[in-house]
Design a protein around this ligand. Sequence first.
Ligand SMILES: Nc1ncnc2c1ncn2[C@@H]1O[C@H](COP(=O)(O)OP(=O)(O)OP(=O)(O)O)[C@@H](O)[C@H]1O
Ligand SMILES: [Mg+2]
Length: 372
Amino acid sequence: MKVGILGGGQLGRMLLQAAANYTVETYVLENDENCPAAHLCHHFFKGDIKDFNAVYNFGKNLDALTIEIESVNIDALEKLEQEGVKIYPTPAAIKTIKNKILQKEFYQKNQIPTAEFIITQQQNDLKNYTNFLPAVHKLAEGGYDGKGVQILYSDADIDKGFNAPSVLEKSVSIEKEIAIIIAVNDKKETAIYPPSEMIFDPVLNLLDYQLSPARIEVNELWKIESIALSVVKNLKSAGLFSVELFIDKEGNILVNETAPRVHNSGHHTIEANYCSQYDMLWRIILNYPLGNTKAILPSAIVNIVGAENFSGNAKYIGLENVLEMDNVFVHLYGKQITKAGRKMGHVTIISNDYADLTYKANKIKHALKVIA
Ligand SMILES: Nc1ncnc2c1ncn2[C@@H]1O[C@H](COP(=O)(O)OP(=O)(O)OP(=O)(O)O)[C@@H](O)[C@H]1O
Ligand SMILES: [Mg+2]
């Protein structure tokens, strides 16, 4: 089979690492020929994944397509789908998710619990909703890695709001942030991974580290699984999905957002679960049985991000100190240029003991630096 990936970042790279175990001919479309996935595919095509012709011409001779980012040209995917190219997930599902307004409306329509929200078209609209604050303003399209998300505490913050179509979402008192990955194949069979819990860096608004399986009560686990299943069932698409949720201080469970693709919250599945999320997506695309999602051992993920005040050719400080630790797995994404907060790699730690995971995660965070 000939399978194309739209986008050539680290998710594409890890997907290609897993593809090497199967008989599949891989294609990547991306603007930058030095992107993380460029050297691991069989055929690299330089082009804009947002451009109709680029996506259509890339996909028309392929058997199947998948994405590693949502900001792709949907019209081209719809045409390719009509012409018989299998697309994971369906263009309709990507369309719903890539726009945060449509995504929130989808939750509402399907009675999926999510924070209360108001739709705004321009910054000026925010003046009418000052009594809805504190709230989180989210750009409908084009945000990534926490950019495109702005907390508005009071009237004084209105000038920080987005002057483009956005969602204004009630601020949730978060007890825990959870992500859960669900695989769906063409037969509508599903496989659910154990959820992960996130710990965030309030400064960079980027994931700080993650623990998996999440330390939650069994009744919370059941609720999370059933809510996330209802999200993917209502999207009516095969593929691999990651649902991000909040548990609030009162124990309510609310969906934050969904990604219709392999996800940063699932990096640990490479070493810590019997079937990784990347292997799982190939099983779906190549029409093989779904894999075993169970954790072999608990795990943590530490993101390796570019240090503040450095930009230019990346240099890794402290790598040896990390590599000499037991049960620690380093993944560098092959990005030449670092800048503050840029995701450059991640480290997975596996251990029977959560205290050991947290200890090592903190140690790695301090030992490893990306400078220029
Ligand atoms: N309604 C809310 N109340 C409180 N905090 C929120 C709310 N919405 C989002 N956040 C915080 O902001 C973070 C980023 O929000 P969100 O996941 O919607 O944005 P994103 O740009 O898609 O981020 P990413 O790409 O990192 O997942 C969340 O993980 C959460 O910590
Ligand atoms: Mg998010």
